[in-house]
Design a protein around this ligand. Structure first.
Ligand code: BTN
Length: 265
């Protein structure tokens, strides 16, 4: 797999020799976190054919059966404060969108914060995790991507069967996973060059593809449900929601899930 990915990358790609592929890991994010603490370089990419403890946002698990998806984590070491990286999850979604479009021709939408969707269904999710230095600056940022590739509808666990889709489910054939991973290495490399200075442009790209904007939504925080309309994304990647005429709040992705008023998106 590693050689196939390298085949699609330019010979002088700076991350070419930082790719590691495993048959099975607990979680690629967890594994990469250990490497990051031991000094692994920016651009280290960990891939697993399956994960036994794949993790999602808000403490959820991420179903990661063998041969069915791309389970990938990327290490960045931006020299900045954590506050300057608040938009990282958003712009990572744009990088995954660009890569899937480039490798497959499929134009995905983004559901705030970081779900890649096709129509009304989720194709990929992203889990970003930061590690701080003793001085409070960013030591490492890990971007974990889980992308459904080959699953048939029945392969998804019952609780997500109605909202999940794979690339094979869209096109009718198994995608070339190596090509998509290589495209992600390219698009994340471009993104890393633009972080954090190019924040306005990166967020504009994000807004263009974010289908949550302009829609009535439900915000779920534990047992609490609030309804509003999604108006905009601010410079930190927070969602600006109007809960009543003239009453807006910036909602942070750390604690809430969003649902469209009439379904998942
Ligand atoms: C979500 O949709 O809530 C985010 C899912 C992120 C899953 C990926 S798979 C690769 C990486 N390793 C993990 O344990 N999680 C991320």
């Amino acid at each position: 797999m590693k050689e196939q990915i390298q085949k699609y990358l330019p010979g002088d790609h700076p991350w070419r020799n930082h790719i590691h592929w495993f048959r099975e890991l607990d979680s690629t994010n967890t594994y990469l976190k250990e490497l990051a603490k031991q000094g692994a370089p920016q651009g280290t990419i960990i891939l697993a054919d399956s994960q036994t403890g794949g993790r999602g946002r808000l403490g959820r698990s991420f179903h990661s059966p063998a041969g069915a998806g791309i389970y990938m984590s990327l290490l960045l070491r931006p020299a900045c404060s954590p506050e300057a990286l608040m938009h990282l999850t958003c712009v990572s979604a744009t990088a995954v969108r660009d890569a899937v479009l480039h490798a497959t021709g499929i134009p995905l939408d983004i559901k705030w914060t970081n779900d890649l969707v096709y129509g009304q269904r989720k194709l990929a999710g992203i889990l970003t995790e930061l590690g701080l230095s003793p001085r409070g600056t960013v030591d490492y940022a890990i971007i974990g991507v889980g992308l459904n590739c080959c699953q048939a509808a029945d392969d998804f666990p019952p609780d997500i069967r109605d909202i999940a889709v794979s690339l094979a489910g869209i096109t009718g054939k198994a995608p070339d996973r190596a090509r998509i991973v290589a495209a992600m290495a390219e698009s994340f490399y471009r993104m890393s060059q633009a972080l954090p200075e190019d924040q306005p442009r990166l967020l504009d790209d994000y807004r263009r593809h974010c289908v949550t904007l302009g829609k009535p939504i439900s915000l779920l925080r534990g047992e609490e449900v609030r309804h509003g309309t999604a108006l905009d994304i601010d410079s930190t990647g927070a969602l600006i929601v109007e809960f009543a005429p003239g009453q807006t709040e910036a909602v942070n992705s750390g604690e809430v899930s969003v649902r469209g008023m009439y379904g998942y998106v």
